[in-house]
Write a protein that binds this ligand. Sequence first.
Ligand code: E4P
Length: 218
Amino acid sequence: MRFFVDTADIAAIRELHELGMVDGVTTNPSLILKSGRNIAEVTREICEMVPGPVSAEVVASDAEGMIREGKHLAQIAPNVTVKVPLTWDGLKACKALTDDGHMVNVTLCFTPAQAILAAKAGATFISPFIGRLDDIGLDGMELIADIRRIYDNYGYETNVLAASIRSVNHIIECARIGADVITAPPAVIKAMASHVLTDKGLEQFNADWAKTGQKIGL
Ligand code: E4P
């Protein structure tokens, strides 16, 4: 399973990247706002650090504008993935940009029907949003499972990029289902290392070790 990190925070990406945890990065307009950085500058900096796909999102609402913005973003670095919304215009932009040789991530996907259209438009990645479906009382994980099954049924090559991940359990369920990629905030990826029994066991080992009076390597 590939791990993308869902942030435009350079320090947070670097920390995970140094541990080999980052296969790619996703950003969106809200994450750019949070970073306080210029989109072109921060995208370039991320692309220089991470060799994998780095999603940068268009903001135009018409296909022509999305294609123009997408081509502009794609010039920043060869590993930029143009992110377009799952609207009819977004699908047109997806087709044009993929035909032009660019990687495209179709985002804001909330139904299997939308995911089928994205695959047919040649998307490199489809981003179904788990957390935002859970937020309105629906089952985000069911959407991941449906898309996986449908894509496998027909051999669609579009990668399932599970997004809007809020918990470690979301990641594990995605791994069970067979999502190709997850994109998660740095804090959720780091939380994968934590377990109460790990902390408890370590506390006990440290206490017992102190009683031995020994030192290692001294
Ligand atoms: C994905 O590409 C999106 O940037 C992201 O996962 C959205 O997550 P949110 O619903 O937590 O904002």
